[in-house]
Design a protein around this ligand. Structure first.
Ligand SMILES: [Zn+2]
Length: 409
């Protein structure tokens, strides 16, 4: 059975981890900063060394290309991102790019010329140093000129970073592709479900949608000593009741969906005043948009219920949602057939974090798979995935591409 070159893969992983390395074992490679640019040059050099073609598109996305014979316009893409959060880990994104490259090299080593052209891609700015999922947004026609104004760096810095790799806002906006037959991404799980269950591979069936809601409870300020407890309209009592009731309700009825209240702010805010107004930042996530509709309706009903129990009024306002991305059944099956060939155990699961795959799913059949993260640690220098799991992931990327070639050629 065809397998990847383990030494070459692990050497790559170790070498890449030196670029932007932090003293505590992590990496800082924010998009298009010096460290990220060094990693990009390193990737380009690995591609040249492997004798593969190299192309960078207008969004700065870098591809290693294994051309088909005869040449094909349409391509199967695999990849992830080499950029990192500040003081992040060595595996997030990086492993996904390296296994895609290694899969292409292994095919070449074995003299396999694919029936359809393959690309191993490093997508630009996944981790939001500039805007997040930028390279995949550009490829999937999700980018508009106004997005640059909402960038996390100022206009001059944005243009400086673009010019450092020879791209511009215009080339970025012109980077949409219509030649993608299928997309697959390997990523570390960044959670503990695989480790806890002793399963090798998580096949992602959807990337969750996210809805964020500004909630305000309004009661009445009062003297915290003289106002009898049973007469108080304490806005924080309403908010507190809601937080606990929402937790129970979501766990009981919407698992594996999740909800969170991440900000609570009580006004006027003093030891001796009953809170008159409480602001809460509510967020909930689920893999199904229909379930999110029901979840939202239930949470709003709970808000009304908690407010009325404490004599309060409540208002809520949703911000623009992130829609859940459903993964392609045919790509998921290709991953599962690959895992079966390799004898790797697998289970379908939701991704609770955002990934470039959610954009790629807008232009092509797409799916992604997870390998275990030790203790679920991620976006942290202690992020760790065992060598054996990295190798499993690389072999599965190789065999997924073999399956996809059969299906899409
Ligand atoms: Zn990532």
């Amino acid at each position: 059975m065809i397998k990847v070159n383990v030494d070459r893969l692990l050497t790559d992983l170790r070498e890449l981890a030196r670029i932007g390395a932090t003293a505590d074992g992590g990496v800082s490679r924010q998009a298009l900063t010096a460290a990220d640019i060094e990693a990009r040059r390193w990737y380009q050099a690995r591609i040249a060394e492997a004798g593969l073609e190299y192309v960078m598109d207008g969004a700065g996305n870098q591809s290693a290309i294994l051309p088909s014979d005869p040449p094909s316009e349409k391509r199967i893409l695999a990849g992830s991102h080499l950029d990192s959060v500040p003081n992040g880990g060595r595996y997030d994104g990086a492993l996904g790019v390296l296994v895609a490259l290694e899969a292409l090299r292994a095919l070449r080593d074995h003299g396999i010329s694919p029936p359809v052209t393959l690309e191993a891609v490093n997508l630009t700015d996944e981790e939001s140093a500039i805007m997040g999922l930028m390279g995949s947004k550009a490829v999937a026609s999700q980018l508009t000129a106004t997005d640059f104004e909402r960038s996390r760096v100022d206009a001059a810095e944005l243009d400086r970073r673009f010019s450092a790799i020879g791209i511009t806002r215009e080339t970025m906006l012109g980077a949409a592709r219509d030649d993608v037959l299928a997309w697959v991404e390997l990523h570390i799980e960044q959670g503990t479900r695989l480790e806890n269950a002793g399963i090798d591979i998580g096949v992602v069936n959807a990337i969750v949608g996210i809805r964020s809601v500004h909630v305000t409870f309004r009661g009445e300020a009062a003297h915290a000593g003289t106002m009898p407890m049973d007469r108080r309209r304490d806005a924080l009592w309403g908010a507190a009741t809601f937080v606990l009731r929402a937790r129970e309700h979501v766990m009981r009825h919407y698992s594996p969906g999740v909800c969170n209240v991440g900000i609570i702010n009580a006004q006027p805010g003093a030891f001796n005043i009953v809170p008159a107004e409480v602001y809460c930042a509510l967020e909930y996530r689920h893999g199904s948009d229909d379930e999110m509709d029901r979840m939202g309706a239930d949470l709003y009903r709970l808000l009304d219920e908690c407010a009325s129990e404490h004599g309060l009024s409540v208002t809520y306002e949703e911000t623009p949602p992130v829609i859940p991305a459903t993964m392609s059944e045919s790509v998921m099956r290709a991953i599962e057939r690959g895992a079966d060939t390799l004898g790797l155990s697998h289970e379908r699961m939701l991704s609770f974090a955002g990934h470039d795959t959610q954009n790629m799913a807008k232009i092509a059949p797409a799916a992604m798979f997870f390998v275990p993260s030790v203790a679920g640690v991620s976006h942290n220098p202690n992020e760790f995935t065992r060598d054996a799991d990295c190798v499993n992931g690389a072999n599965l990327m190789l065999h997924t591409l073999l399956e996809l070639m059969k299906e899409f050629a």
